[in-house]
Design a protein. Structure first.
Length: 321
């Protein structure tokens, strides 16, 4: 049985730990509020861009049946590795594959990092070709390096402080790599913030040859500098609420890269919010467990102290008789 001094040391230790977990919970709560505001502010913009692109791309194949000419027919056929579709990864995909895996720079956030790492490893092992993992976050980078997937670039700063400029540059690099044929598909893996107590790991196709109808930008073009094409707008069945100038094809060519950049930035913000939510829940759980443990140790200490006092009183009473 532990002595009173040892029990007292344990009580002080638990109290010190409670101060740390409580402070971390408050910090995570404040950061979560800020991160959630950023995500909610960006989502309408991202969703509107995606909706516009989806409407334009779904209307483009109508030119195939409307007799819009060779130019419209060529435009309606998929001819690019760009894709805004999301879904489970396809093990049958051929060619080199890139994976953008997002996690955290620090721990103490429950299963946040472990779940993202597990999804990234499953995606990497399911591919038939060469796999390059671009890790965002120290926990992801360290684990993937030990598993044989070292990141070609240090992108850890994008996890703790997501910036649109960084996301835009990274997305442009992947678009350029796909245009040159370096990668046939790019996956995006991150934690999606659902509620404060719930985060889901999403595996999405960020770039691929699946559904896009836009043409490739010219090789070596600057970001957002895409060559215009002369396509007859009257041959397309565009939604009535859109007025397309100067041409539908150029609208898609310019809208698609912007949508991908915003989508990557939104994923980084989403993961950042999910991290703070996971840490908030983890620190709340740790605080609750610490308070319960402190109650048990304090009760044990009081019982032992009472027993010691009783024994001393009995000793005094026995010695005086």
């Amino acid at each position: 049985m532990a002595t009173l001094k040892e029990t007292k040391v344990r009580i002080n230790s638990v109290k010190g730990t409670l101060k740390i977990t409580s402070a971390m919970k408050l910090v995570a709560s404040a950061k979560l509020i800020s991160a959630e505001k950023s995500v909610r502010a960006l989502l309408p913009y991202r969703d509107t861009l995606s909706s516009m692109l989806r409407d334009l791309q779904s209307a483009a194949p109508a030119a195939m049946s409307s007799g819009g000419g060779d130019a419209a027919k060529a435009h309606a056929e998929p001819s690019t590795p760009y894709s805004g579709s999301a879904g489970a990864f396809d093990a049958a995909a051929t060619g080199a594959v890139a994976i953008i895996a997002v996690a955290s720079n620090s721990s103490l956030c429950g299963g946040f990092n472990a779940n993202a790492v597990k999804a990234a490893l499953e995606c990497a092992k399911a591919q038939s070709g060469d796999v390059t993992v671009f890790s965002i976050g120290k926990k992801m980078a360290d684990t993937m390096r030990r598993c044989g997937y070292p990141s070609p670039k240090d992108l850890n700063q994008m996890s703790s402080k997501p910036k649109y400029e960084d996301a835009s540059v990274l997305a442009s690099e992947f678009m350029s790599d796909c245009a040159r044929g370096r990668f046939s598909r790019v996956y995006l893996i991150y934690n999606h913030f659902v509620t404060t107590s719930r985060q889901e790991v999403l595996t999405e196709i960020f770039l691929g040859p699946d559904v896009s109808t836009a043409s490739l930008p010219p090789r070596g073009a600057e970001q957002g500098d895409y060559a215009p094409r002369n396509v007859n707008a009257a041959s397309y069945n565009w939604p009535s609420e859109y007025i397309i100038e100067p041409s539908p094809s150029e609208a898609i060519d310019r809208l698609l890269p912007l949508t991908l950049k915003v989508r990557l930035f939104a994923a980084l913000l989403d993961s950042n919010a999910a991290e703070h939510a996971a840490r908030l829940v983890a620190m709340q759980t740790a605080t609750d467990n610490g308070e319960e443990l402190l109650h048990e140790i304090t009760l044990e200490y009081n019982k032992a102290r009472q027993q010691k006092i009783t024994s001393e009183i009995l000793d005094l009473a026995s010695s005086g008789m």
